[in-house]
Write a protein that binds this ligand. Sequence first.
Ligand code: COA
Length: 167
Amino acid sequence: MFSPTYILRPTQPSDAADIEALHEMAFGPGRFARTAFRLREGVAPDPQLSLVAQFSDRLGGSVTMTPIRIGPEPALLLGPLAVHPDFARKGAGRSLVRASLEAARRVGHRLVLLVGDEPYYGPLGFARVDYTKLTLPGPVDPRRVLLAGLVPGAFEAAAGMAKNWHW
Ligand SMILES: CC(C)(COP(=O)(O)OP(=O)(O)OC[C@H]1O[C@@H](n2cnc3c(N)ncnc32)[C@H](O)[C@@H]1OP(=O)(O)O)[C@@H](O)C(=O)NCCC(=O)NCCS
């Protein structure tokens, strides 16, 4: 019988094909042209902070956390976040975000950036940035540029351009 329960666990190399299929289904080929993609292009995601939701024998959801910089400061880019429609609205998306933020905080990260919907991510600790102060290196709707500060004062102090870790 189908069970809606799931566990969250760190991503393993053997998850790569399942995660890629999830991204293709959720975002299509247009994902490669997005500014968020360019920000993480060529940078290995953090395998401990990038989590999957495992529903029995199926990988039903995934969140990726990739090192970036905001101005001179190390930060993380959250995304893509995707949950397969078969497992939608069971809380997996929100759990993946909460758990990845908590894991990032535990290992000393201060800032997590994403491009996404404020109504979804706002209750999870993200808020819009002041886009005159913190910018992205490509076209983006500034209302979708969201930041979470993991320690007091980090959100307010964040400034400059977000950059790929290798730039
Ligand atoms: C967005 C997504 C990750 C949500 O996953 P999920 O596991 O179904 O989410 P949860 O169960 O944690 O939360 C579901 C709730 O979020 C709401 N929600 C989903 N997407 C939303 C959005 N873009 N904006 C606001 N609310 C949203 C749902 O309506 C639902 O509300 P309810 O609890 O009142 O029923 C999933 O729908 C998905 O993969 N979508 C396609 C890819 C995508 O858009 N990723 C996010 C990038 S911004």
